[in-house]
Write a protein that binds this ligand. Structure first.
Ligand code: NAP
Length: 474
């Protein structure tokens, strides 16, 4: 490892010192907004992995390199801040440092740790081998160290994805990408091998409501037109609006994006699939009610739904008596992520997020402000929105933080620099410079293969690469 990981203690300007917990998009937007403000002397960002960028690295699909280019903005921003910014990778809050440790060392702590879990279907058979969380699959193909040893049964002809948000679309696409398409991405090498060997020829994407309620965005749906080996298929019957949805369209109340989705699905999905190609089939108005199999998933019982409008205007699923059984050996639930509580931080377990007012953490929903504690991103608003949504979200939180500072409402730090504490505890943080070395090694490894990078997928490999002999991830 490099000599002194984090040289220099507090810079003694007397300005604000802020800790950010979580190095994903909301963490970086919070950091950049803070660093642009004269009152802020230092921003320290903590992440339990040695690598920054959170969901940009581990959530965005490998075949979406353009979306990942936002990393350049984050990198340039924090580098321009010089020693006002420090990255403490490989440091887990709750394990290596506690919230109390941070509370006594910073004027403010901003929680941007995102969502680490996911919703379950809550139906019989959900624990059968072959039933997976899309979140785990996404993390696996993106080389997240916690998921690299996970195994997915891709031997069957049909896989099913439940939910029709952008995560479901990513999973369906990645399951059917051709070897040549995968070969130019930064997909994890072990995942590429498994995907190339996969027997999956059909991905059934199953939505509980109708086509007008599709959560995925039109841009993502349209990508199915650019698959080398696969076509999108949906029946006219499935695209026919139920009476409630038809009335919404008739009344001009349907959001433009939803209408655009239908247009894209009609344009791409009603064509006959080209012979010999794999297919993504969209099914609407269906909910899995039972996952069946002898020791592993073999089939899914789907119940057909109609829709009814609640007095609040929400379109609710109304179960019918009709069911159908669809053979399938792998099912990915892509029905939403969940924020987990963090020890020492209030949590709204009804809405699965941290209670707050404009980013100021509250003791409970509607309760008192917790001085010095703030939240941004998914931990604040739940798992919704695209990467850019986190920018205004972070700006709101930082504005609240700075207003609290101006009003004298932040606690004074009393304990010495966190770097000392980590040293005393034998924790070896990875600095931003060290991450840049890992980054360079990954990019170099990718160059020979025509890929943007080849990722390190194990923390031990990353730490070894930072020591004397630095092997490349390839
Ligand atoms: P999402 O957009 O909230 O979609 C969740 C899907 O699951 C919806 O179709 C929802 O249907 C369905 N669902 C929820 N509970 C269900 C249940 N019990 N049974 C059956 N279906 C159920 O969530 P996501 O796809 O996980 O995405 C999370 C966020 O990341 C979104 O904001 C998304 O846009 C973003 N993202 C963006 C990109 C990109 O920009 N390329 C890529 C990935 C993710 P209902 O509508 O009926 O609730």
């Amino acid at each position: 490892m490099e000599g002194d990981v984090h040289p220099g203690a507090d810079n003694g300007t007397g300005g604000l010192r802020v800790a950010i917990v979580g190095a994903g998009p909301s963490g970086f937007y919070s950091a950049l907004t803070l660093l642009g403000h004269g009152a802020v002397a230092r921003v320290d960002m903590f992440d339990r992995l040695p690598t920054p960028y959170g969901l940009v690295r581990f959530g965005v699909a490998p075949d979406h390199p353009k979306i990942k280019s936002v990393i350049k903005v984050y990198e340039r921003g924090v580098e321009a801040a010089g020693d006002k910014f420090r990255f403490f990778g490989n440091v887990e809050v709750g394990r290596d440092v506690t919230m109390a440790d941070l509370g006594s060392r910073y004027h403010a702590v901003v929680l941007t740790y995102g969502a680490q879990s996911d919703r379950r279907l809550g139906i019989p058979g959900e624990d059968l081998p072959g039933v997976y969380a899309a979140r785990e699959f996404v993390a696996w193909y993106n080389g997240h160290p916690d998921f690299r040893d996970k195994e997915f049964n891709l031997s069957g002809r049909r896989a099913m994805v439940v939910g029709v948000g952008n995560v479901a679309i990513d999973v369906a696409r990645m399951l059917l990408r051709s070897p040549a398409e995968l070969a130019v991405t930064d997909v994890a090498p072990y995942a590429e091998e498994a995907l190339v060997a996969s027997g999956v020829e059909e991905v059934a994407v199953v939505a509980r409501r109708g086509p007008l309620q599709t959560k995925a965005t039109p841009v993502e749906l349209r990508e199915f037109s650019r698959m080398a080996d696969a076509d999108l298929v949906v029946t006219e019957e499935d695209l026919t609006l139920d009476p409630v949805s038809a009335a919404i369209v008739e009344a001009g109340e349907a959001p433009r994006q939803n209408l655009k989705n239908i247009e894209v699905m009609r344009e791409l999905g009603l064509r006959a699939p080209r012979p010999g190609r794999k297919v993504v089939r969209l099914f609407f108005h269906r909910s899995p009610v039972e996952l069946m199999g002898d020791g592993r998933l073999e089939a899914v019982r789907l119940r057909l739904n109609s829709l009814e409008r609640t007095p609040e205007g929400w379109l609710k699923v109304k179960p019918t008596d009709d069911t159908e059984v669809v053979p399938c050996h792998a099912l990915f639930r892509a029905i939403g992520y969940l924020v987990e509580p963090l020890e020492g931080v209030p949590f709204d377990s009804r809405h699965h997020r941290i209670p707050h007012a404009e980013g100021q953490v509250l003791s409970e929903p509607g309760g008192d402000p917790v001085p010095g504690l703030f939240v941004a991103g998914w931990a604040k608003r739940g798992p919704s929105g695209v990467i850019g949504t986190n920018k205004p979200d972070a700006v709101e939180t930082v504005t609240t933080l700075l207003a609290a500072a101006a009003a004298g409402g932040l606690p004074e730090p009393v304990a010495p620099d966190v770097a000392e504490l980590l040293r005393d505890r034998g924790v070896r943080p990875v600095s931003f410079d060290q991450w840049k070395r890992l980054d360079a090694l990954e990019v170099t490894a990718g160059e020979g293969q025509g890929r943007p990078r080849v990722k390190f997928t194990a923390v031990s490999e990353m730490l070894a690469a930072l020591s004397e002999s630095a092997p490349s991830p390839a």
